[in-house]
Design a protein around this ligand. Structure first.
Ligand code: FPP
Length: 255
């Protein structure tokens, strides 16, 4: 469960470079208040605003948010339509905040499946913010980790079939270069809210050496301080990348 602290300070270094969040618990937040589920998503969108602002201020290089999974299309039509409406509103309303803070907005996932009402403001903002360099905000939309790996395999297979790639050169580096997150720092910290302890098809490739952080806080209640708590918990972890603790302590990382 969450290692909670009472701190309200900005966390000290070392900071993770790339943080990803599975934003879970919107429905339960609403249902526990006798509200429609969409009200939970709406409040969740306010958490997105708060957390993006805090992440940028702290100096994270990349933030990836699981906003809509490939599997979420199977939810009731009214909930899907409501979520699409919130996404559209976010992309339009947050444009000044994103542009004014040097944030580069990107989307990962099967973007062609999104309705034009979302794709249009998404394409516009990702195009206009493409040169921003202070933080990358990746929205995972119609996204699945398995789907993303399968699509990368398909692209590599096409290059092999075209005689452009020797299958012996398919390795972790060349495969990773096909992933949609290839040009942001490797994932350091994966957060999931709402007490569930699953990865749910998110960033399966990228999470290989990420620290995992689970908190009971429901996403609509996850604001700046909850992010700081997660970052402090991360700072207390020892990342070994398959080495021994003694190797890490001595700095003797040679094979
Ligand atoms: C999971 O909670 C959350 C989602 C499926 C959608 C996340 C969407 C937002 C936070 C709002 C819009 C996003 C942006 C980027 C503006 P759940 O509905 O599965 O919660 P439950 O498990 O309690 O039912």
């Amino acid at each position: 469960m969450a290692e909670s602290t009472a701190s309200t300070q900005l966390p000290r270094s070392p900071l993770p470079r790339h943080v990803a969040i599975i934003m879970d618990g919107n429905g339960r937040w609403a249902e526990s208040r006798g509200l429609p589920r969409l009200d939970g998503h709406r409040e969740g969108a306010n958490s997105v605003r708060d957390v993006v602002r805090a992440a940028r201020k702290i100096g994270l290089e990349a933030l990836t948010l699981y906003a809509f999974s490939s599997q979420n299309w199977a939810r009731p039509g009214s909930e899907v339509a409501g979520l699409m409406g919130l996404l559209r509103d976010y992309l339009i309303d947050e444009r000044p905040e994103i542009m004014g803070n040097g944030i580069q907005l990107r989307a990962i996932g099967d973007i062609d499946r999104l309705p034009a009402s979302v794709r249009e403001p998404l394409d516009a903002l990702s195009g206009d913010s493409a040169e921003n360099s202070d933080m990358v905000l990746n929205l995972a939309l119609s996204y699945g980790g398995r789907e993303s790996i399968a699509a990368a395999a398909q692209r590599l297979a096409k290059r092999v079939a075209a005689g452009e790639l020797d299958p012996r050169n398919i390795n972790v580096d060349s495969f990773g270069a096909e992933m949609p997150t290839a040009d942001v720092p490797g994932l350091d910290l994966l957060i999931r809210t709402s007490g569930e302890q699953r990865i749910s098809n998110f960033l399966l490739w990228e999470a290989g050496y990420a620290e995992l952080y689970f908190t009971d806080v429901l996403w609509p209640d996850f604001r700046k301080q909850a992010l700081y708590d997660a970052l402090e918990a991360y700072q207390a972890r020892e990342r070994r990348f398959g080495l021994t603790g003694a190797q890490i302590e001595s700095g003797d990382l040679a094979p």
